[in-house]
Design a binder for this molecule. Structure first.
Ligand SMILES: Nc1ncnc2c1ncn2[C@@H]1O[C@H](COP(=O)(O)OP(=O)(O)OP(=O)(O)O)[C@@H](O)[C@H]1O
Ligand SMILES: [Mg+2]
Length: 237
């Protein structure tokens, strides 16, 4: 018997006010998979993550988290099922120190214990070095790691990451790639939205491509090379 998917989305539609942005998204992610959601600007990738969290204006269809239907649940109840959303804007509090930011979120009662601050510092040694630095003093890369680390402390095991590599120097992007690999080894399920195809390509088990609020392509890592012409056409990569 197949395992219960960590995330199962069927015919998901979403709106911002009158604006209909998702037109029937289907996506199934198994526990422990790293999946990348690709697409051009405005394709609906951020809206997909926001709709999973119940953060769009309205939504319909089905979104199951570990088999639990969430389409009628409010955002905080969805988060409590073990979903961690890292928005593009990261949400680091500038007046708090790195460690205070880390200690901010509540620990979820998902059964899976969140990482302790010590475990987080072992995984992100540069955050340990910067623990007393004010949020605004952290580099873009440090802020991005902090934003992800903060989610790990809650005990979330399904991570929704929006364009974590965006605007960061290549050396930082490499560190983020190592972080994703580490999360995968630890058994986290990851859905990453990416514009940076070269960052995502070696990390993901499977790929989805969106266009105009719909999934237009999906394939596994083994098919990546064969799919390159199609990806070129869809993304201009
Ligand atoms: N708050 C909002 N109100 C109304 N329309 C929105 C809102 N946010 C996004 N949209 C629209 O929804 C569509 C999908 O946007 P979305 O942010 O999901 O795209 P994306 O794939 O994440 O691309 P990018 O991050 O490059 O902008 C776009 O047409 C966008 O203009
Ligand atoms: Mg976006």
């Amino acid at each position: 018997m197949a395992a219960t998917p960590a995330l199962e989305i069927r015919n998901l539609e979403a709106w911002y006010g009158e604006s209909h942005v998702l037109h029937g998204v289907d996506m199934v992610v198994q526990p422990g998979e790293v999946v990348t959601l690709l697409g051009r600007n405005g394709a609906g990738r951020t809206s997909t993550l926001r709709a999973i969290m119940g953060l769009t204006g309205s939504r319909k269809g089905s979104v199951k988290i570990n088999g639990v239907e969430t389409i009628h649940l409010p955002t905080h109840r969805i988060a409590h099922l073990g979903v961690g959303y890292c928005p593009e804007e990261r949400g680091i509090f500038s007046s708090l120190s790195c460690e205070e930011n880390l200690l901010l979120p509540p620990v979820l009662k998902t059964g899976q214990a969140g990482m302790s601050v010590q475990e987080i510092y072992a995984m992100f040694p540069n955050l340990a070095e910067r623990k007393n630095s004010q949020g605004t003093r952290l580099s873009g890369g440090e802020q991005q790691m902090l934003a992800v680390a903060r989610i790990l402390r809650t005990g979330a095991n399904l991570l929704l990451l929006d364009e974590i590599s965006e605007g960061l120097a290549p050396v930082i992007v490499q560190a983020l790639a190592r972080m994703i690999t580490m999360l995968r080894q630890k058994g986290y399920t990851v859905v990453m939205v990416e514009q940076n195809f070269r960052f995502a390509a070696p990390l993901a088990d499977r790929f989805y491509v969106m266009e105009h609020g719909r999934i237009v392509e999906q394939f596994g890592a083994a098919e990546l090379e064969a799919k390159m012409p199609v990806l070129n056409q869809l993304l201009g990569v």
